[in-house]
Ligand binder design. Structure first.
Ligand SMILES: [Fe+2]
Ligand SMILES: [Fe+2]
Length: 257
């Protein structure tokens, strides 16, 4: 599952010239998806879980499905307001990624014995994530490109990246493999958000205050949701601290204190 390209190590112009294409996307995903079925190698064992651990995992996966659905709907909706064609193409690749993430997570729920994932996701959805979704879709409807990219490709993606990474450490083998595959894509999505906003912030610093306001409103919702996720999978308290740190690093790269 080696990552052939580290998007954060690329200089911003190289990123802009190469990453916003299906040509790049195909090369990026081929390496870690080849030979897998629903995000994991067919031979990876489905380790038995006791009832409590299974129930906790189902709740957590339902929460991930809500986050991935927000990203799927968001990436698709942002295509219409994206400022140019390469950006629309990138969002098309992201839409495909988010659809795949939702599919493998839903499939994992079925492997765990959830007969009706749709109903289970609705029943277990975290109200804070649903509130994030409502506010994020307002930004999309208002055609606020910078704020919507910030909410989706920085706040939501950076938190997902962190929590999947921390969860993968203690997850059963199948869940671990599919989370590690998803992380590779989320890294590319965060890279896009940082690249897009970094250039705009450098050219128009007045955007900063608007994004800081979005951040103050939205990041507590996502942070609270993912912190309770980590608690549910039995992650040690230090991991919750690390969740905060990892997120802060992403926003600091954009110059937010
Ligand atoms: Fe995703
Ligand atoms: Fe993503």
């Amino acid at each position: 599952m080696a990552d052939p390209v580290d998007v954060h190590a690329m200089d911003p112009e190289t990123f802009r010239d190469h990453v916003r294409s299906f040509e790049f996307w195909f090369g990026a995903v081929q390496g870690y998806l080849e030979g897998t079925s629903f995000g994991h190698r067919p031979e990876t064992p489905d380790a038995p879980l006791d009832a409590a651990a299974r129930d906790a995992l189902v709740t957590v996966l339902c929460s991930y499905c809500v986050g991935e659905t927000i990203a799927l709907e968001g990436a698709g909706a942002l295509i219409r307001i994206a400022p140019n064609r390469p950006t629309k193409v990138f969002l098309a690749t992201q839409t495909v990624d988010e659809g795949r993430h939702l599919e493998v997570l839903t499939h994992r729920l079925q492997e765990l014995g959830v007969a009706e994932p749709e109903a289970e996701i609705a029943a277990r959805a975290d109200p804070k994530l649903l509130e994030f979704r409502r506010r994020f879709l307002e930004l999309v409807r208002g055609e606020d490109w910078e704020a919507a990219v910030f909410a989706q490709n920085v706040i939501l993606e950076a938190m997902e990246f962190s929590v999947f990474h921390l969860h993968a450490r203690s997850a059963d083998p199948r869940t671990r493999e599919l989370l590690l595959g998803i992380i590779k894509d989320e890294r590319r999505h965060i890279g896009f958000g940082e690249n897009e906003l970094g250039r705009r912030l450098a050219r128009a610093p007045e955007i900063r205050e608007r994004l800081a306001r979005v951040r103050r409103e939205l990041d507590p919702l996502v942070l609270a949701s993912f912190a309770s996720t980590l608690e549910r999978v039995g992650a040690p308290p230090e991991d919750s601290d690390e969740l905060g740190r990892s997120y802060v690093e992403a926003v600091e790269r954009l110059g937010f204190a």
